[in-house]
Design a protein around this ligand. Structure first.
Ligand code: ATP
Ligand code: MG
Length: 462
């Protein structure tokens, strides 16, 4: 059977309270009974000893048993509910409480029996007499028989005390139960409310409502972590969803233009409006190639952007890598009369060499594309504490302030008209950033129109 958290918590609190109360009552009653019995017996023994002692003292004073004094001891014992019988060394009765006041003695015995029945009904007690020898200088000078209720007896105030204690126990028990119910209910509410909220939010998320956020704060660490995780889950699902929608829209948009061009060219050629000559076929081929490049670029991006991109990291010198890439661009740079300056000694880094070389190639390709004839490109590498910095500066056309925030977005190309000439896909920087991010690095850009652009890539050394 399934129960909600609130019921379960409340029931467990009450159960714990009941078990504690029962255990506490059983143990305290057991020990109280035991030690109280001890105490009562000791007390009784002490009183008997006192009577014997006072008899010894009386004998010491007079040297004989004086009736008047004996009565004094007997009556004071009777006042303490002790029924005594004093005898001389030969066993002759000198003073007997029963003779002195039989009514009182019977009352005392009756009362003791009643008290014990009230408090301890199962205890099968009875009235008994115990004989003590009265010794003076190790010589028996008399005997005293002290009557008591065996095995022990409680007087009125003892019974009252024990009953009051029991009442206190019951009171504490009832109060604890009530308290457990209250605290249990409150705690259960405090725990179950945020959890129900999390469940609702999770259900909303599963139905695709990613905007729902749990605002309630909890001072229970685990619950706070749970709500935070659900919020983060909603956020990441929301951004994934956004990304997915945007990617689909972007791809559709990017493919439509070249496909439309292709379609119109082909139709014109099929319908005989255009002659299918080499130039037109080449132009169609160029569009097809472009679509192919775009799909290739998207595949690469998808790979680099995926969270579990595996980096094949090695230790290598970044300067050496750049020195190996530069010759590949030599002819193009010469053709545009662009000067390339590279400075920086050995700078070691622990990274994926192929992917970092892709970063440098992309940045160099951009610098080359967007720097006019006779321009200049400066590349610099250096160590900054536990990072390495690669900077690539050109004095090309620059990027406007409006475009700058978007250049890392996929398919984004600043100023379409200029770019149609260069034929970029707008994926180079997106791929570059994905690689840098995968290395837990950073890429920044500074640019001014018609003055130039500087990209700085920071990579952790390890
Ligand atoms: P692709 O690299 O995919 O072939 P692309 O070069 O147009 O195409 P990105 O490399 O992502 O795309 O660059 C995005 C845009 O940023 C470019 O279209 C360009 O407008 C701008 N840009 C990038 N680098 C520079 C630069 N060095 N100087 C001026 N503008 C630049
Ligand atoms: Mg590019």
């Amino acid at each position: 059977m399934k129960h909600n958290l609130r019921t379960k918590l409340s029931v467990s609190y009450i159960l714990v309270a009941i078990i504690s109360i029962v255990l506490l009552s059983v143990f305290s009653n057991y020990f109280l009974d035991k030690y109280f019995q001890e105490y009562v017996k000791q007390n009784q023994e002490q009183k008997s000893e006192e009577i014997v002692q006072s008899l010894v003292q009386l004998y010491q004073i007079n040297g004989v048993w004086e009736d008047g004094f004996l009565e004094g001891v007997g009556v004071s014992a009777l006042q303490k509910d002790l029924i005594i019988k004093i005898k001389d060394q030969d066993g002759r009765i000198l003073w007997d409480a029963n003779v002195h006041n039989q009514g009182k003695c019977l009352l005392i015995i009756e009362e003791m029996a009643q008290n014990m029945k009230r408090y301890h009904p199962s205890l099968d007690g009875s009235y008994e007499e115990k004989t003590y020898l009265v010794l003076h200088d190790d010589v028996v000078i008399g005997q005293v028989e002290i009557g008591y209720y065996a095995p022990y007896h409680l007087n009125e105030s003892d019974v009252e005390f024990l009953f009051t204690l029991n009442k206190v126990h019951i009171g504490v028990g009832v109060f604890s139960l009530f308290f457990a119910l209250l605290v249990g209910g409150l705690m259960a509410r405090r725990l179950s409310t945020p959890i129900s909220r999390v469940t609702d939010a999770a259900q909303m998320i599963s139905q695709g409502y990613y905007d729902d956020r749990i605002e309630e704060e909890s001072n229970t660490i685990e619950i706070q972590q749970l709500t935070q995780s659900i919020n983060n889950l909603a956020l990441s699902l929301q951004s994934q969803e956004l990304l997915r929608k945007r990617l689909t829209a972007d791809v559709a948009h990017e493919l439509r233009t070249p496909l439309a061009t292709l379609q119109s060219h082909m139709e014109a050629m099929i319908e005989g409006i255009w002659e299918a000559d080499k130039t037109r076929l080449e132009s169609c081929h160029e569009e097809i190639m472009r679509i192919g490049r775009m799909i290739g670029g998207l595949e690469k991006l998808a790979r680099y952007e995926s969270e579990n991109l595996i980096l094949d990291k090695t230790n290598f010198d970044i300067s050496e890598l750049i020195n190996r890439i530069l010759p590949n661009f030599e002819n193009s740079f010469k053709a545009k009369d662009i000067k390339v300056e590279f400075s920086g000694g050995q700078v070691m880094v622990f990274a994926d060499k192929d992917k970092i070389s892709q970063v440098i190639v992309n940045l160099l390709a951009n610098a080359f594309k967007y720097t006019p004839q006779g321009g200049r490109i400066e590349i610099h590498v250096n160590n900054i504490e536990d990072e390495i910095a690669i900077s690539l500066r050109d004095n090309g056309i620059g990027i406007t302030k409006d475009d700058l925030p978007y250049i890392f977005e996929r398919f984004y190309r600043a100023d379409e008209s200029r770019n149609s000439l260069t034929g970029g896909l707008g994926l180079g920087l997106t791929i570059t950033k994905a690689i840098v991010d995968a290395h837990k690095g950073k890429i920044t850009v500074k640019s001014e129109c018609d003055i130039g652009t500087e990209f700085v890539v920071l990579l952790p050394k390890q």
